[in-house]
Design a protein around this ligand. Structure first.
Ligand SMILES: Cc1cc2nc3c(=O)[nH]c(=O)nc-3n(C[C@H](O)[C@H](O)[C@H](O)COP(=O)(O)OP(=O)(O)OC[C@H]3O[C@@H](n4cnc5c(N)ncnc54)[C@H](O)[C@@H]3O)c2cc1C
Length: 711
């Protein structure tokens, strides 16, 4: 640390020490204000100018040194100098103090912080460089944001000092007036209407300030558009997948006039290319596997014969059976206007729809919900374009089983399909560049799944980075980098399952300036609003999750906020999000796992129950897997659960309810679970926890009591 910095640090430390030594912090406590006021007022009567100057210097000093007491001094200013002069003195003194604290923070800390956390602070720096004045103004307007914290944090950003000073002065003015006014009532030793009004104003001021900020922001984004005089609809929903269907359903249920636009197939990915076909395929594949393991059930032989094409036709039959649930007819019956066509947002209130026949119509609407979903990501690996790559979009068209199938990707979709195709008879080679498959789960869970895959003949190649696809003499080859050398894998077909990217192009987002995030999803706030407060996004297009149930969950918030946001808004609640990967063993999770708890430094206890001990699982020949519950040390509050095993996705529901509604391991243990069921595993996991928390000293005492009673 340089000399100048050291000197400044010592000066600040000395001033702060003096403040505390002279009992400044006690003096400025609210309960001591009356006494202090009486003394200062007496001095003020005799020396008004001196008092004002002294008060000004003291105020600037206290705030400049980031010492406690600014609020009390603001109230005092009102009581001593009255509303006008109190406001003038506090406004300028607090601006000078804030700027001094800002400069001190910049001088002492900014280089160090930027050198250490520069990459993390980059978006903040960019945001401040672009719109720093506006954000500072927003922070200053709402007194709930701590004055000291703003000074110190803004000092670390690239905002200019002059900008900082004047924006602070203007931004704090409204709050200052309210506090100074409350101070003018301090001297009144009776409860007056004015005093009550002042305190009520203090209470509601943050709310008013927030509303004012929202209005200012909205004016800025809508400035270049003209609002329609009237609206054709309350809500237009773009995309009829899980998110869009639920949004439209809710809107119709609350009697809004809603239009749902779908350019392809009602039901979106989940019904047509995602959850439904994949689960139907997994079921057929599971049956084939069970037949292979007939001996385990005491059946000597069970020969199975099947055509892959029939299996894939069954998948389509399942889709057709479920289709009516998501059909235009059903939704029309519920009160939703369904339009087949491609939607494009042409203004914050206008959606243009191009029908299949090319005819266009424009609908004006108060709000829009974007639920445009996502699509498979095909990475730009050299040569991939010549491989007729399969994805989750087109794999359902296959009628001939690939003899050798390379599955790129070790995530849930890659794992589910790799196992299904292997069970149906393909030679599957699964390629994953990370050290393990299902990387979001704990290593022992990945290992459990990988071991099963290997036992069933799936060749799992972890730490293999796909580098290039080649066609050599009619042979298809994938070249991977593995431990510094090239590995060649020959195959017939390749399934690309390395992730999904949100559909954000081609329907007006760019033209409206609606931004995307680093994860390439539509940027929304916690209310699922985009840049335009009346345009919402939910489901895969918004992220951060890519599940049907989270799409539906978000859809509720998007629809309700879109329709009733002027009265009340709801923050999307992601506190308890469960999911499952439908491999065998199935893997289900809610909340934290051990890996995440360690990464985040969260203390936990793990209670593990092994399902190989469970009566029903033994009877069913499914005695494998675990229930692992993380709890707060010494308490029964659940932090997270991972279940691997048969029907894990169903079993976890009890823990999801526990976390959502705040009951713990004791309550799970105290619930009757039907014997013999797989769900008893949850109770036994709670039993493991209880055993580890048995009151040992009390038990020893009771043991002695029993011995004594036996005589
Ligand atoms: C193989 C696979 C298996 C899966 N398994 C599961 C699972 O077991 N459980 C689970 O929870 N999730 C699963 N998912 C994920 C799940 O399918 C998605 O999270 C879910 O479908 C997202 O719903 P959505 O409404 O956000 O998007 P989508 O279902 O993709 O719907 C978006 C719709 O918007 C339409 N659209 C886009 N742009 C426009 C436009 N401009 N105009 C009109 N229409 C437009 C599209 O045509 C599409 O129909 C799986 C996904 C895949 C691929």
């Amino acid at each position: 640390m340089g000399r100048a910095r050291l000197a400044l640090l010592l000066l600040i430390a000395a001033a702060a020490a003096a403040f505390f030594a002279f009992d400044g912090h006690h003096l400025l406590r609210p309960e001591n204000l009356q006494a202090l006021l009486a003394r200062v007022q007496a001095y003020y009567g005799a020396n008004p100018l001196q008092t004002a100057l002294l008060f000004f210097a003291l105020y600037a000093g206290v705030t400049g040194l980031s010492l406690p007491g600014a609020t009390a001094m603001t109230l005092l200013a009102g009581a001593i100098f009255g509303l006008l002069w109190g406001t003038v003195i506090v406004s300028f003194a607090s601006t000078i103090g804030a700027t001094l604290a800002f400069l001190a923070s910049r001088f002492l800390l900014r280089d160090w912080v930027q050198a250490r956390f520069g990459d993390k602070l980059k978006p903040i720096n960019e945001g401040v460089a672009k719109e720093g004045a506006f954000y500072l103004f927003a922070l200053r307007l709402v007194p709930a944001f701590p004055f000291v914290a703003i000074n110190l944090l803004m000092g670390l950003t690239p905002i200019r000092t002059w900008t900082y000073a004047w924006v602070s002065l203007v931004g704090m003015l409204a709050g200052t007036i309210v506090y100074v006014y409350a101070g003018t009532k301090l001297g009144e030793f009776r409860i007056s209407f004015g005093l009550l009004a002042a305190f009520a104003l203090l209470g509601v001021f943050p709310l008013i300030a927030k509303r004012a900020m929202d209005a200012i922001k909205a004016r800025r984004v809508y400035a270049r558009w003209s609002t329609p005089a009237r609206f054709d609809r309350n809500l237009v929903v773009i995309g009829a997948g899980s998110a869009g269907l639920v949004s439209a359903y809710i809107a119709a249920a609350v009697k809004a006039k809603v239009t749902l636009v779908e350019k392809h197939r009602m039901g979106g990915d989940c019904l047509n290319t995602g959850c439904v076909p994949s689960k139907a395929l997994l079921r057929s594949a599971k049956f084939v596997q069970q037949a292979r393991k007939a001996k385990d059930l005491g059946i000597k032989t069970a020969t199975i014969e099947f055509d892959f094409a029939d299996v894939m036709e069954r998948v389509q039959r399942v889709i057709r059976t479920i289709e009516p649930h998501d059909s235009a007819e059903r939704y029309a019956g519920l009160g939703v206007e369904c339009i087949q066509g491609e939607a494009r947002i042409v203004s914050p209130w206008t959606v243009e729809i191009t029908g299949a026949d090319g005819r266009k119509q424009a609908l004006t609407t108060r709000s829009i919900v974007i639920a445009a979903g996502a699509r498979p990501f095909v990475p730009p690996i050299p040569g991939i374009e010549g491989m007729n790559c399969l994805t989750s979009d087109n794999i359902w068209e296959l009628r001939k089983l690939p003899a050798r199938l390379v599955v790129l990707g070790g995530g849930p979709i890659g794992c589910e399909l790799a196992q299904a195709f292997a069970r149906l008879g393909s030679k599957v080679i699964q390629v994953e560049m990370l050290p393990r498959i299902l990387i979001r789960e704990d290593p022992e869970i990945s290992d459990m799944v990988m071991q099963r895959f290997t036992a069933e003949g799936v060749e799992v190649r972890v730490n293999h980075k796909a580098k290039e696809f080649r066609l050599e003499g009619g042979r298809k080859l994938l070249v991977c980098e593995h431990q510094g050398r090239d590995v060649r894998i020959e195959f017939d077909q390749v399934l690309c399952a390395v992730g999904r990217i949100a559909n954000t192009e081609g329907y007006g987002l760019e033209e409206l300036g609606i931004a995307t995030t680093k994860a390439r999803t539509v940027e929304t706030n916690e209310y699922l609003q985009t840049l335009y407060p009346n345009i919402y996004a939910c489901g895969d297009v918004a992220g951060p999750f890519q599940f049907t149930h989270t799409a539906a969950h978000q859809a509720w918030y998007a629809a309700v906020n879109a329709l009733f946001g002027s009265f009340r808004t709801f923050r999307a609640d992601y506190s308890v999000i469960p999911w499952a990967t439908f491999t065998d063993p199935e893997v289900a999770r809610v909340g934290l796992n051990e890996t995440e708890a360690k990464e985040k430094g969260i203390a936990y206890e793990a209670s593990v129950y092994r399902i190989d001990d469970l009566d029903r699982a033994i009877a069913d020949e499914t005695a494998h897997g675990i229930v692992k519950v993380l709890t707060v040390p010494g308490k029964d509050r659940i932090l997270g659960v991972t279940i691997a095993g048969e029907h894990a996705g169903d079993l976890i529901a009890e823990f999801v309810a526990a976390m959502r509604h705040g009951f713990g391991m004791n309550k799970i243990l105290g619930t009757i679970h039907i014997y013999p069921t797989l769900v008893e595993a949850n109770k036994y996991a709670a039993g493991v926890w209880k055993k580890a928390h048995a009151p040992q000293a009390l038990l020893r005492l009771v043991e002695r009591l029993h011995a004594w009673r036996r005589g």
